[in-house]
Design a protein. Structure first.
Length: 155
């Protein structure tokens, strides 16, 4: 019995320690970016103020993110190590969205205040809108497809 408990404890410690590194962001300076990533940042940050750079492992691969402010709104770009632009998250005004998208986000928010909306573009294609919500000090996020339809899977 003690041996089984000891093995279980060891297994739990190993699995929890392996989760610690998953998805953790590490802040970088611009000079620490790989050359291919730097080139993509230069192209996509014209007129922007860069807030910070981070790196993390996502699906087993190292990715880099540049967090920026452009014309008073946020814009984050995620870049692969080879310089490929994976994703753009850009803040948008909810009133600028098509009525069906606005309605779908408000419905999914279920009475919570929508505090921020971002468009999510992957590989050059708009794939979703994401809204940050707040209800009784509880923060959450909801997503809908580009036409306001339900997503098959979260983006």
């Amino acid at each position: 019995m003690k041996k089984d408990l000891s093995l279980l404890t060891t297994a739990l410690l190993i699995s929890s320690s392996s989760l610690v590194g998953f998805g953790q962001e590490k802040t970088l300076s611009r000079s620490q970016l790989p050359p291919a990533v730097e080139k993509t940042v230069q192209i996509h940050s014209q007129g922007a103020t860069i807030k910070r750079f981070v790196t993390e492992r996502e699906n087993g691969k190292t990715v880099y993110e540049a967090e920026m402010m452009v014309d008073g709104h946020t814009k984050d770009i995620q870049i692969a190590k080879d310089g490929t632009l994976n994703e753009i998250e850009e803040e948008v005004a909810i009133d600028s969205l098509p009525p069906e998208v606005q309605a779908a986000l408000r419905k999914k928010a279920a009475g919570a205040d929508i505090t921020k909306v971002e468009s999510l573009t992957k590989q050059g294609t708009l794939v979703a809108y994401e809204a940050a919500t707040l209800k009784r000090h509880q923060k959450s996020e909801v997503q809908v497809g580009p036409t306001g339809k339900r997503l098959v899977h979260p983006e």
